[in-house]
Design a protein around this ligand. Structure first.
Ligand code: B12
Length: 228
């Protein structure tokens, strides 16, 4: 967390901070815990660091609460409620950070199987996993099964993600899975794509229909491996 988008202008960042700050302060003043949580989740999605969220979103909102209380515009109870909501949000923020940190020593490898050139979904998958804190190794398109198995043996990824769009791609994915499993039996797989329409998940192989499923699927595959 906290790696700002490189092409973001200082003005865009300032505008985002003002928007987040307003949303969070408004939620505090309305006693709206869910709204406060959503504002902080937005801040995390905007790749603000924990320190930036603390200094530039949560603290200024509490300063405003303090000013309003001092001027008699809100009660002690309102101020207490705002503080309790902030403390709850802090706990959530720390938990999200802990989860992201715990993923950082896990490695996810991504590839499409031999003959498959469609990589957009694979890139989306890589971005989501990276954002969630995972270490990502993108191999890209058209990776022969034997080569995938040997690079997996070298880098020992926890999970290999594969995507297949073209008819027949599912067979090539399973050939690749077999090859990898022969030399790295611990490796799990998250697979997706239109070529997999009738394939079902099985132990160690999670079939995903949409991109947004991948982080939960990879978390579950790793947890399962840890329990073994
Ligand atoms: C861009 C594109 C290309 C580009 C790809 C460039 C690249 N770097 O990716 C190029 C020009 C190379 C290309 C080539 C070809 N293409 Co093309 N291509 C497309 C196009 C327009 C978009 C594909 C795409 O990116 N979709 C967007 C992604 C995000 O969506 P998605 O792949 O469906 O994935 C979703 C889910 O399945 C899931 N998902 C997918 N994978 C994974 C993986 C994981 C881990 C997870 C969690 C989720 C997940 O999440 C996604 C979002 O919900 C499609 C049109 C279409 N309808 O998709 C045709 C399409 C796929 N192509 C097609 C064809 C026929 C070809 C060619 C044979 C054309 C030719 N005669 O040369 C070649 C074959 C290349 C090959 N061997 O792979 C057909 C396939 C038809 C079929 N199934 O039989 C399509 C459908 C076009 C059409 N209507 O005819 N193509």
């Amino acid at each position: 967390m906290g790696h700002r988008q490189e092409n973001e202008s200082p003005e865009a960042r300032e505008a985002k901070l003002i928007e987040l700050n307003r949303a969070f302060a408004t939620a505090l003043l309305m006693g709206d815990e869910i709204g406060a949580e959503l504002a902080i989740r937005d801040a995390m999605d905007a790749r603000l660091s924990t320190a930036e969220i603390d200094d530039e979103v949560i603290a200024p909102a509490l300063w405003l609460v303090g000013d309003l209380w001092e001027r008699g515009e809100i009660s002690v109870a309102d101020e207490h409620l705002a503080t309790e909501i902030s403390l709850r949000v802090l706990a959530l923020q720390r938990e999200a950070q802990r989860l992201s940190d715990s993923r950082s020593d896990r490695r996810i490898m991504l590839a499409t199987p031999a003959g498959e050139l469609h990589t957009v979904a694979l890139r989306m998958t890589a971005d989501l996993l990276r954002q969630a804190g995972y270490g990502v190794m993108m191999l890209g398109a058209d990776v022969p099964a034997g080569d995938l198995a040997s690079i997996a043996r070298r880098y020992e990824p926890d999970v290999v993600c594969m995507s297949s769009t073209m008819p027949g791609g599912i067979d090539r994915i399973f050939v690749a899975i077999d090859e990898v499993q022969q030399s790295s039996p611990e490796t799990a797989f998250a697979i997706g794509g239109r070529g997999l329409s009738r394939t079902r998940s099985e132990p160690g192989i999670s079939v995903c229909r949409r991109i947004h499923e991948v982080v939960d699927a990879v978390d579950a595959l790793i947890k399962r491996a840890d329990l073994n």
